[in-house]
Design a binder for this molecule. Sequence first.
Ligand code: F6R
Length: 597
Amino acid sequence: MAAPILLEGLKRLEYRGYDSAGLAVIEKSGVVCQRSVGKIGALESELAGADWQGTSGLAHTRWATHGSPTLENAHPHCDCKKTIFVVHNGIVENHQSLREQLMSRGHRFRSETDSETLAHLIEEHYQGDLEKAVAQSLPLVEGAYGIGVLSSDHPDQIVVARRGSPLILGAGDGEFFAASDASALISHTRKVIDLQEDDIAVIYSDHHEINNLKSQSILRPSRTLAWDVKAAEKQGHDHFMLKEIYEQPEAVCNAMRGRAVGSEGIAKLGGLSGIEDEILKMKRLCIVSCGTSYYAGLLGRYIIEACTDIGVEVDLASEFRYRKLNFTEGTVVLAISQSGETADTFAAIQEARRRGSLALGLVNVVESSIARETDAGIYNHAGPEIAVASTKSFISQLTILYLFTLFLARRQNMSMAEGQSFIRELESIPEKIERILERASEIEQIASHYTGYKNFLFLGRKFNYPVALEGALKLKEISYLHAEAYAAGEMKHGPIALIDSNLPSVCVAPQDSTYEKTLSNIEEIRSRGGPLIGVGTEGDETLRKLCNHMIEVPATQEIFAPLLTVVPLQLLSYYIAKELGCEIDQPRNLAKSVTVE
Ligand code: F6R
């Protein structure tokens, strides 16, 4: 029976977008469909009494873009006759004109969504062959889509297609799946087939066919997912976010595995083989990314510039295209993205390639759109990150940026001894993160003192400035408290006006080359009565005395400190959000893969 499998798949995908959900199953009597607003639990309750026997179906969780999260706007959407049902990820950019044309030909719309146009468009072309109708409709669509289509006239088949939105097939034992994300089908099969742009596939219970838009048959290879269902489950933790924070020592090891060669003090990056010459000619690196991945990029700038003579720029992917960048010879663009599906980052990388630049990717999700669009890249191998708030993928991105720095620096002026010491220090990080994790209950205690505040300031300098930014983002995302981050030196240029007993400051101040200066900023806050949480080096009694609360991290070379200092900030946000009763893994208004620009 399809319904329980679809519901389970929806639950595993709930983290991606979840203001409403629905499913449709082909029964003997025709297609039955149930939708509901809110979490999957609501849909599940509504389905409690249903006795659906059908073995083919579609399901969807929606994150509202066009039209508010109402029942009418929830997927699946259907045609006028309620025979063709569609689920859609992405955006139909020309939906307004399509809707007008379709309405003028008598189609009746029931929702405000762009997605519903697809159901009517397919109905318009349908003459007995569902796949053909889909193939004829899609060239009329501008925008991005990952779609699933079923019809009561074809109970044995489901048609799926993609452009600019992820979609994979899963081959089970006598059953076949399609999903936008592997975690939806991982409990049934690890054998997947990645669909490529403009592929249309028809899946049956025991086989599949893939065609292009011109109905030419295509063969796509299958691969086995490198992780199993355990990676998509909480494993005893209260939340995926906490589980993923605890997976960080392993994420560092996984990112380094087979890449850091301690004896020679070098980094081997297999994903870059074949283009090493081009990379060695690189004079300027432009990093493009969003959110947490952007902060990883900001740190990348500090570390690459500290160890090489390559100039690094970091752009928010959403702003990248608005700059009139001069792509001089030797400019390389690096996209950083956990999901590999972020529309802004994807568009930035497309633009870079159009302008003739070499495009590299630092991506977690294998075979994702960004991974495919780049000329070469490095995978995180961090396993699936389910919580919306990024944690382990940030640590993993940083680890790879350190390796990339080593890769570049050893081809410039870094000596073998320096390279060896670089790797030794990086190798010591997982154990040091473990030591911070052992202090989780202490951090939970500290968090309990700060749940009554509404605003927070995060401060850090040099390598720890991006950490402050990331700390503030984490708090905002999961606790809905307002948090702003500043470079500590910038505080006196304005934000200091805010300081009073109602504004706690979280100061990242390990004992590094900027320590003394940051201490002065902390003194300034203290003298104005601002509550202080310090994140500092183990045994730093000076910082402890200045702050109301202090969280210690083990000592390391200053360049590597962010791998440690960010961990207490993640835990602090987590425990504040938990105490406030927030939906930690699924914060309001957010989705894991932001596939709209
Ligand atoms: C933060 C967060 C988002 C993402 C951003 C980029 O916790 O999850 O800010 O970092 O949407 O996503 P990716 O890395 O998938 O491109």
